[in-house]
Design a protein. Structure first.
Length: 633
């Protein structure tokens, strides 16, 4: 295997000085300067982007007109970087695709080309594990014969910079690329960390799907797989022939398929066919068609001054470099948000209503942000024609700041976490009526029963702390008033509030302890008369705080009042809670309350339903069970 840098350097396409081609003494020379300023540009299309002798503006990164010509010298080479037994890093892949070498090229990732779409699939970092395999071939170097150069535009032309720029394509390298991407997407950062801790670090292209399949049961509903192929050079329509029977998306130079982690058949077949296509020697395989139709792989650009054309200093200042880098960072952030949204839409992850609404909001806002960033990038590239023009420089530097982009929205990809971002802010209960109930006593008098409200221990009122939202989890028949009441759970997000109230479970009990429902967070194992696990009606190393009351049926058919408690040390700490909501299941159907996290009476994948309460409901008068969703891991 040949490293990318060494292979490019061997062809005279490195960042240093290439060996000079000295023409015979009898041949006329266009220039005599010793200095040879040069650098390499990778095309971002799947075929050809520039031709030998074409000019380029190094400040705006734009190719200009044809300004010099000469016969072409072809130098056969057989250089390749092939890696199917292990994966390329994201940075290596981006560099080979041409989106890391030059800043302006990065903004082409928002385009519709096969290369741009494939590169966008590399952007997912927060919620994904990405493996990229492939082959990068360099078959031939084509260069201008320096002994027979001819001007197509006079070097003394007054509009030279406009027509020819300050550098030109001296030589190019042709070849091709075939990449296979295998990406595992997760519902949350926590799930990603859990997966990474459970699996090996490196798999080959032929085994990655089988290795992920081993984890399917454990991560069912919490992970999905996206596979993709990209080809430049050769017959790029072959991808359609190879992958057409699998489904997914197929276009010239690119194919993609999505799978649930519990059904990876299509993704496994995709990788098998892609690997066979990459390594086979049949006439319609990648390598044979590549030899017949190579694509441009890299361009070696040289300063016009090496040919004797006077060039004024063309230096990109530090402040311009900073502005460009800042725009790149903003752009990459928006691309990752876009990729996350598209991943969630393709997946079968359960999406809460507010997550779907946030996705729609972020989709439009990130696209608008991208349009602002692209407009700002024009000020730092296309419109920056003169580095000595203070107004142009100021337009770039100021335009790169979000505060100068009208309508730019600060977006946080952490809010698209389906599991982790929730923090706990207490619980409380609200009676349907805030009017006290007055009960007449036989033989005169009355009793006034106040509303069956129970304040949130975290606030002292019927409310949530700042940064938290109330979500109903229970509907109960209140003791005393005989009316209905709602019970609420306060949830925040780690991006809205930096702290979470310590949570250590919940339970309920009556005064005599005859009708308890134990705390799922406080199990003990007893051995007599038989070995079993029971859950205590108390708190493990924390305080019991009343957060509700209800009525439960007794064995004689009557009802009895119970008090409901949450367990907490009453301290605020950093972190997130390890349960995924609560819900109430009414067997009669009238007063069931779905889990906010799932939208139904159930728990997300990776969580188990644990009973923490039983209540009589106000509508059906049936006995409903209340559950909390506790992490299995």
């Amino acid at each position: 295997m040949v490293a990318v840098a060494s292979a490019v350097s061997a062809l005279g396409l490195g960042c240093g000085e290439a060996p000079p081609v000295v023409p015979p003494a009898s041949e006329p020379q266009l220039g005599s300067q010793e200095q040879r300023l040069e650098h390499v540009v990778v095309p971002v299309s799947i075929s050809t982007e520039a031709v030998l002798g074409q000019g380029r503006n190094s400040i705006t990164h734009e190719f200009r007109g044809m300004c010099v010509s000469a016969p072409t010298v072809n130098i056969p080479t057989q250089e390749a970087t092939i890696r199917f037994d292990s994966s390329f890093s994201r940075d290596e892949t981006s560099e080979m695709l041409g989106f890391s070498v030059e800043a302006k090229a990065k903004f082409a990732k928002w385009g519709a080309s096969a290369r741009a779409k494939f590169s966008r699939s590399l952007e997912s970092k927060t919620y994904s594990m990405t493996k990229v395999y492939g082959a990068d071939y360099r078959l031939e170097t084509r260069k201008l014969d320096e002994s027979q150069l001819n001007w197509l535009v006079s070097p003394t032309a007054s509009d030279w910079l406009t027509r020819c720029g300050d550098e030109f394509v001296m030589q190019k390298q042709v070849g091709g690329q075939l990449f296979l991407l295998y990406r595992i997407d997760f519902d949350s950062v926590e799930t990603k960390s859990e997966f990474q801790a459970a699996v090996g670090a490196n798999w080959g292209a032929g085994e990655v799907n089988a290795e992920v399949q081993k984890m399917a049961q454990q991560f069912r509903g919490r992970a999905s797989v996206h596979v993709e192929a990209f080809q430049s050079g050769g017959d790029v329509t072959q991808l359609g022939n190879i992958f057409s029977g699998i489904g997914g998306t197929v276009e010239p130079g690119r194919a993609a398929v999505d799978c649930n982690i519990d059904n990876l058949t299509a993704c496994g077949e995709f990788m098998r066919l892609g690997l066979a296509y990459a390594t086979a020697q049949t006439p319609d395989a990648f390598q044979p068609t590549l030899r017949a139709n190579p694509a441009d792989r890299a361009y070696l650009l040289k300063d016009w001054s090496v040919l004797g054309v006077p060039m004024p200093p063309r230096i990109v200042t530090t402040q311009i470099q900073y502005a460009r880098r800042h725009l790149e960072e903003l752009f990459d952030q928006q691309l990752e948000i876009q990729d996350r949204i598209q991943t969630l839409r393709r997946s079968q992850f359960p999406l809460r209503t507010e997550v779907q609404a946030l996705m729609q909001q972020y989709d439009s806002e990130s696209q608008y942000n991208i349009s602002l960033i692209l407009a700002a990038s024009q000020k730092c590239y296309d419109l920056l024609t003169d580095m000595n023009n203070a107004a142009q420089v100021a337009a770039c530097v100021n335009g790169a700041q979000e505060s100068n982009m009208p309508g730019f929205k600060a977006l946080d990809i952490r809010k698209l976490d389906l599991r982790l971002p929730y923090t706990f802010g207490g619980m409380y209960q609200v009676d349907d009526s805030q009017t006290p109930r007055v009960i007449s006593i036989p033989f005169g008098g009355s009793i006034t029963i106040p509303p069956a409200n129970v304040a949130n221990p975290a606030t002292g009122g019927l409310s949530c702390p700042a940064g938290f939202q109330p979500y109903r989890y229970g509907r109960i028949l209140t003791p005393g008033t005989g009316r209905g009441g709602n019970q609420y759970l306060c949830l925040g997000t780690t991006t809205d509030t930096s702290l979470t109230w310590h949570f250590a479970g919940a339970y309920q009990k009556d005064t005599d302890g005859n009708y308890p429902t134990g705390n799922p967070y406080f199990p003990i194992t007893i051995s007599f008369p038989t070995k079993k696990t029971i859950y205590l009606t108390s708190c493990p190393s924390s305080s019991a705080l009343k957060m509700g009351s209800a009525q439960v049926p007794t064995t004689d058919g009557s009802t009895i009042a119970v008090e409901k408690f949450l367990c907490s040390t009453m301290t605020w700490t950093t972190g997130s809670m390890k349960f995924a909501g609560m819900y109430q299941l009414d067997p009669c159907g009238s007063d069931s309350v779905p889990n906010h996290f799932t939208g139904n009476m159930g728990c997300p994948a990776g969580f188990i339903a644990m009973k923490f309460g039983q209540v009589i409901t106000p509508t059906s008068r049936c006995t409903a069970t209340q559950y909390l969703c506790k992490s299995q891991y």
